[in-house]
Design a protein around this ligand. Structure first.
Ligand code: XMP
Length: 515
């Protein structure tokens, strides 16, 4: 296994992700925990030093134990990690004016080539794009090191001591803006003797071991939403600790057709996981009566959700942990945006304050994973493909797909119409091409004619978007035939709708949901 020593970079998890993609097992450990004894026990086959926000020129800045250089295994230092390595081994790092470099840089090879860079430089151009983000830079290499790649701002963009198999790069090969960076990791792990035989199956076992270690024989509560993340977290934790897990499924009455039943059935009957079905439809719909402002709706639902969850969770005796399906992108977002000056576009359904309020510790077994990895883990745990591939569904549910005031009638019409729309998409084999598709019932009635009669019914909006992360999105270009057929089916099959619109707004300027 490979050890990543974390010096605090925002993108350390991306290193782990690149390695998992190459089927290498790795663990990230903060530098404070990496002692001589730790190294001995961990016995890494290779080590990576992450980047970090500090400056090695500062007294007392983070360091690895010196012993790491005596293990006889390959080491790769990235950015701050490069500077640490240079300074530890007798080179020189300088900071201050004129030493920083941020953003795109082109790295060129030196005359002498190394295996680490095999296949990395673009054929023909003899250079490759790399992402730099550093304040200090290396001014003199440590003995034994030579430069193998340079950039205008970093003469020592790529350096190595081939004898000891120590490599150090100034840029970040793990980020998206170093497009071919995976090649570097591939070369590095090959040099370290990894065969790339690690799989999600092994990840599952490791995650289970860690949950057991953290929780022991104490009790865990998990808030289940019916979405992929909380479901995968619940099934994984149940495998680890069995019936010491209880799930609380808050049903706000704003779910899609048959959704609540399906969730209950899957968890209770299929997985035998203890589940409390907190059906609080009356409470939620009651409080939402007459509310039409989008933010008030969201805040009302958020507040009730926390109250209800607390009430039901309080009935579980002796629970000490709260499980959450937090993913890595949630972790980065909350780090980089916390306290920032950004405007609130929508207050997202957020149970962030719950653990402190209830005096619970957190279990977040998916914290290191990205969405597609969670899906792979879900498959590993036997969750059905149809469930794992489901489009995201927002916490406030159908409330935000029912612009203006919510009524039970509208919700019922919306559920039926949405089901027909999704059925159409599945039948045409388009579901997996689309990030998210749903119907919204518009706050207007329009005149129509059906048979010989006049109708005065609701209009329905259809939305479908492509996206990679929900942050930006484009509308999905359905064929006219598809739209025509879908509109006909909805109007014929769902009483209460006499007109269908297709939303062809991208995000920005629109958002994905209507409210
Ligand atoms: P918007 O509408 O902001 O949505 O473009 C981006 C993504 O987030 C989902 N969404 C939510 N998810 N709680 C959630 O868990 C919420 O309050 C919420 N609001 C929007 C939305 O469905 C889309 O995937």
């Amino acid at each position: 296994r490979l050890l990543i020593i974390d010096f605090g970079s925002q993108v350390t998890q991306l290193i782990a992700r690149r390695l998992r993609e190459l089927n290498v097992y790795c663990e990230i450990h903060p530098y404070q925990n990496v002692t001589d004894a730790f190294l001995e026990e961990f016995a890494p086959k290779a080590v990576i030093f992450s980047g970090g926000p500090d400056s090695v020129t500062r007294e007392g800045s983070p360091r690895p134990p010196k012993k790491v250089y005596d293990l006889g295994v390959p080491i790769l230092g990235i950015c701050y990690g490069q500077q640490v390595m240079m300074q530890d081994l007798g080179g020189k790092v300088v900071g201050g004016e004129g030493t920083s470099e941020f953003g795109r840089a082109w790295v060129q090879p030196t005359e002498e080539r190394i295996d680490l860079l095999n296949g990395w430089f673009l054929e023909g151009t003899g250079r490759e794009q790399a992402w730099m983000s550093h304040g200090d830079h290396v001014a003199a290499l440590a003995p034994g090191f030579k430069p193998y790649g340079t950039s205008p701002g970093a003469p020592f963009a790529v350096t190595a001591d081939l004898e000891r198999r120590f490599y150090a790069v100034q840029f970040h090969p793990e980020v998206h803006h170093t497009p071919n960076g995976k090649t570097l990791y591939e070369n590095f792990i090959r040099d370290a003797g990894f065969t790339g035989d690690w799989t999600m199956d092994a990840y599952r076992d490791e995650a289970i071991r860690k949950i057991r270690e953290q929780v022991g024989d104490r009790k865990v509560i998990c808030g289940l939403s019916g979405g992929v993340d909380s479901s995968v977290a619940a099934v994984l934790i149940h495998e680890a600790i069995g019936d010491n897990l209880t799930c609380v499924f808050v049903d706000h009455g704003l779910l899609r057709l048959n959704e609540a039943d399906e969730v209950v059935k899957m968890f209770r009957d299929h997985y035998n996981i203890p589940l409390i079905h907190a059906d609080e439809t009356e409470l939620f719909l009651g409080e939402l009566e007459g509310v039409s402002d989008p933010e008030t709706k969201r805040k009302t639902i958020g507040r009730l959700f926390i109250d209800v969850f607390q009430k039901y969770a309080g009935e579980i005796d002796g629970a000490e942990f709260l499980a959450q399906g937090t993913l890595y992108p949630d972790v980065i977002e909350s780090v980089s945006f916390s306290g920032g000056p950004s405007v609130t576009i929508k207050s997202h359904h957020n149970v962030g304050g719950l653990p402190e309020k209830m005096g619970l510790k957190l279990v977040e077994p998916l914290r290191e994973l990205f969405k597609d990895e969670v899906r792979a883990l879900g498959r590993e745990l036997g969750l059905p493909d149809s469930f794992i591939g489901r489009h995201p569904f927002p916490g406030p549910g159908l409330a935000i797909r029912c612009p203006g005031e919510i009524t039970r009638d509208k919700l019922e019409i919306l559920r039926k119409a949405d089901a027909v729309y999704i059925d159409q998409i599945r039948k045409h084999g388009l579901y997996d091409e689309i990030w998210q598709a749903f119907a919204a019932i518009l706050p207007m009635r329009t005149v129509g004619v059906m048979g010989d009669g006049r109708t005065y019914d609701y209009a329905l909006g259809l939305r479908a978007v492509t996206s990679v992360d929900g942050m930006t999105a484009d509308y999905y270009p359905f064929s006219h035939d598809f739209l025509g057929e879908t509109s006909t089916r909805i109007i014929n099959e769902v009483k209460g709708i006499n007109r269908v619109f297709y939303d062809c707004t991208s995000k920005p300027p629109g958002t994905i949901e209507l409210e």
